[in-house]
Structure formats: structure tokens, C-alpha cells
Unconditional design. Structure first.
Length: 359
């Protein structure tokens, strides 16, 4: 698992270990020792230290593996100039291609890559059976219409993120086209909410709100008037996103040259007004920290990506009615990030949540 110390990567690692898999988690720098501590109770876990996911030689660590789950991606923070935008986009492309090439050279034939629903057109069409080709990709209706020029001309991290996801996924599909011996699945979740993995406090020994990733939206609900909200109601619980990644390990190979690519979102929308109401009723201890109900957005109906649930169930065996409820996502998610907050306070650290998303 690349990006094993991240919000999603650590949850995937945790679930794999709980299910009895032997896991190698790839990390660099201080995250190596933190990962060892976070998952120390699992004898089947090993941390692999890499210095550079873009150019490093780590293929020998992949020999004998049944699969690689590639979650790592460069982070985007703050405004960016055109050069910085291209660096982030090219970094995502080069990193994904390098991981795939290293896996291929090591003889790994199953790869699951974390993408993003942002690479799909909003309310757009889907191809049969969730299968996608890279042929004529610039005219392909199954990708967002973001262009590299749009990303270069924008200083908006959101626009750069859209381009990063689209073009890194296109690169993965191109690679799969050229390596039919490798079975590749791209999982493209919408906003991910829900709990952090057990042991996550060990991965964040000092105050680090950025580590919460999109779970910070839930944490910000106890930041009073400084609460922030996502731009759309499309969401998925991290436990369901994790489940899809693991189910993809057993998915049958694609019947076409290329790879499988699925947008994943909860059949219903997030509702942050309902989230505030749920917390007021069921977590009275944080009542004084909650924002006004009126501050939360009300999404229009069907606000989000159209999802091919029939293909998801057919290929990945994930049933549409098996997703975690919004109530579970909110309560379990907030409880877990507050537990991390309490671990910081227990160390005497000053905990001051940022205004807006942490950079």
C-alpha cells in the first residue's frame, strides 16, 4: 500500500490487516517509525521506507506480492502559479506511472489505484460495465472537460486538483492499455468522510489538522462559526471506499484491453444540517461547539456524479443498499477525530483549529 500513513491509506492498511492479509506499507521520512508504531500489534505488517516515489528503486520490495494498492498522491495547498500547477499534475502522473512500472517489473499483475470522482463529468454518462478505454480520450465523454491550459491559467487549488486527477488517471489507463498482462482497477470516490483508522493518533503525534484530509469537514463542525463545508453533496464513507479497494483485489480481470474505472459515491447525499442536528441530539458534550444550522448548505436534488451501481455490484460485488448511513458516518467520524484531538490535549499541546481547510 503506497500512502499507507494517509487518511485513506491507513484505513485500507488497517482493514487488510484485520482481514488477515500480510501488508507492506510504503512510507518515507518520519512516517516510517510512526507507521511501525501505529500497526505494531500486527505481525503481518512491514514498513518499506522509500525516499522518492517518483524515481526511487523499490520494485525489489514488490517481488512476491499479490497486489499493489496505490493511494499516494501529491498534495495541493494554497494558491499556485502555472509552474507549480504543472509540477503537481506531472508529479501525480509520474508517481503513478513509476509505481505501475515498478510493480510490472516485479511481476505484480493486480493493481488498484485510488482516483477521484472529480475526473468524471458531473452528471455525465457511463460506459457499459464500468469499462473505459483511453482511445480518443480527449473526446471521451467519460472524463471531465478540464484541460491542462485551464489548470495552468488558474491559481485555484480546486481546478489544479481536477486536472491532477484526470490526467494521472488517463496515464494509468494508457499504461494498462500497453500492459494487458496487468489487471488494473481505478477506484474514484467522491468526498470521503467517516472515521480515521484505529491507531491514527500514533500517525499524528503532534497537532496536524491536514492529516485529517477530507475528514476535516466533520471536525470543523465543532469549530463553531468557523465550520466549513464541501462544494457538493456527493460523498462516501471511508469504510465503504476501503471495502471497494479490497473487493477490487478479487475482481475478475477486464474483458477488454485497458482497465476498470469506477466512480463511487453514496446513493444519497450528505446533509450537514442533519449532521449538526444529529450531533446536537446524540453528542450533547459538543453542543456548544456546533455552528448554526443555517450555516450549512442545502444541496439541490441529485447534486453529484451519476454512479453505475449495477456494474459496481456485478464486478466488485458491492451492493447499493450496503453503504454506511450518513448518521454512522457523522457520529463515528466525529468521535474518531475528537479522540485524536484529545490525544493532543493529553500531551499538553495547544489545539487551535484553522479557519478554512488546513494547508
Amino acid at each position: 500500500v503506497t500512502g499507507a500513513s494517509g487518511y485513506l491509506g491507513s484505513y485500507i492498511t488497517y482493514q487488510l490487516l484485520e482481514q488477515g492479509f500480510k501488508v507492506k506499507g510504503f512510507a518515507r521520512g518520519e512516517k516510517v517509525s510512526l507507521l511501525k508504531k501505529a500497526f505494531s500489534k500486527y505481525p503481518g505488517f512491514e514498513v518499506i521506507e522509500i525516499t522518492d516515489i517518483f524515481t526511487g528503486d523499490f520494485g525489489h520490495f514488490m517481488k512476491g506480492l499479490d497486489a499493489v494498492i496505490h493511494c499516494a498522491a501529491p498534495m495541493i495547498a494554497g494558491k499556485a502559479d502555472p509552474d507549480a500547477a504543472l509540477k503537481v499534475i506531472n508529479g501525480a502522473i509520474d508517481g503513478s506511472l513509476h509505481v505501475l512500472q515498478q510493480a510490472s517489473d516485479a511481476g505484480v499483475h493486480k493493481v488498484v489505484v485510488t482516483g477521484s470522482a472529480a475526473s468524471f463529468p458531473m452528471n455525465g454518462p457511463f460506459s457499459p460495465n464500468g469499462m473505459f478505454h483511453s482511445h480518443n480520450r480527449e473526446k471521451n465523454p467519460y472524463w471531465s472537460d478540464i484541460t491542462l491550459d485551464m489548470a495552468k491559467q488558474s491559481d485555484n487549488p480546486g481546478v489544479i486538483y481536477l486536472a491532477q486527477k484526470k490526467f494521472s488517471e488517463l496515464a494509468v489507463v494508457d499504461f494498462a492499455d500497453k500492459h494487458p498482462e496487468m489487471d488494473v482497477t481505478i477506484i474514484c470516490p467522491s468526498y470521503i468522510f467517516g472515521p480515521v483508522a484505529p491507531g491514527f493518533a500514533e500517525l499524528t503525534p503532534t497537532v496536524n489538522f491536514r492529516a485529517f484530509s477530507s475528514a476535516f469537514f466533520l471536525y470543523s463542525l465543532v469549530n463553531g462559526s468557523n465550520a466549513i463545508y464541501p462544494f457538493a453533496g456527493s460523498y462516501c464513507d471511508i469504510r465503504d471506499v476501503t471495502r471497494v479497494h479490497i473487493l477490487a483485489l478479487d475482481a475478475p480481470p477486464s474483458s477488454v484491453v485497458g482497465c476498470k474505472r469506477f466512480a463511487i459515491r453514496h446513493p444519497e447525499q450528505s446533509d450537514f444540517r442533519e449532521a449538526i442536528h444529529i450531533l446536537m441530539k446524540e453528542r450533547p458534550q459538543v453542543k456548544d461547539r456546533l455552528p448554526e444550522l443555517s450555516s450549512a448548505p442545502e444541496w439541490p436534488e441529485n447534486n453529484g456524479h451519476i454512479v453505475d451501481y449495477e456494474s459496481i455490484e456485478k464486478v466488485l460485488l458491492l451492493k447499493k443498499d450496503s453503504f454506511k448511513s450518513w448518521r454512522e458516518t457523522v457520529l463515528d467520524g466525529l468521535d474518531s477525530v475528537l479522540a485524536v484531538e484529545n490525544s493532543w490535549k493529553a500531551k499538553g499541546l495547544e489545539v487551535v483549529a484553522p479557519v478554512g481547510m488546513p494547508h
